[in-house]
Design a protein around this ligand. Structure first.
Ligand code: ADP
Length: 161
């Protein structure tokens, strides 16, 4: 598998500045970075796959070697299909690590050729997670500088209906 090609998989419900920070940094390290949007019907997402795809595609337009691809299957199947040697995951607090370690181990067993790399969050986004921004937005509030303006607007619209 090609170690110059990486993927950054996630639900991105919605994309935050924490995600974008990882995308920008990872894109500098690899020839190609796939941003793999998990289109998983069992997850209770606020935004539809189409909405998430549109937001991510617009936000990543400036990152020349990045490409957003929606995906329904296993992460390792994406890696096989697109010849992607590296899976990038962002990690925040230690609590992330136990969960991420389990997924990484499972992926490694399913596909030993693929390597999982953890990228530490920018400390600014240490406590930032999509579920938190949704909860704050539900009560009509917003934490400054955590979301791209476009996402912030769409989130407000979701809860003003
Ligand atoms: P998933 O359902 O796959 O966890 P998320 O959209 O929540 O999808 O996260 C996608 C990736 O982005 C994960 O690797 C996650 O750790 C990372 N991530 C999310 N928020 C941040 C953040 N604030 N800083 C760094 N990485 C983050």
């Amino acid at each position: 598998m090609n170690n110059r090609i990486a993927m950054f998989p996630g639900s991105f419900d919605p994309p935050t500045n924490g995600h974008l920070d990882i995308i920008e940094r990872a894109s500098l390290l690899y020839e190609k970075l796939y941003i793999v949007l998990a289109v998983n019907s069992s997850k209770n997402n606020l935004f539809t796959p189409e909405e998430r795809l549109k937001m991510l595609s617009e936000l990543c337009m400036e990152v020349k070697n990045a490409e957003v691809v929606p995906w329904t299957g296993l992460t390792v199947d994406f890696a096989r299909k697109y010849d992607t040697g590296i899976i990038i995951r962002g990690v925040r607090a230690l609590t992330d690590f136990a969960y991420e370690f389990e997924i990484a181990e499972t992926n490694k067993q399913l596909c030993p050729e693929v390597e999982v790399l953890f990228m530490p969050t920018n400390p600014k986004y240490f406590l930032l997670r999509s579920s938190m921004v949704k909860e704050v937005a539900m009560y009509g509030s917003e934490i400054k500088d955590m979301l791209p303006p476009m996402v912030s607007e769409l989130l407000k619209k979701k809860f003003s209906k």
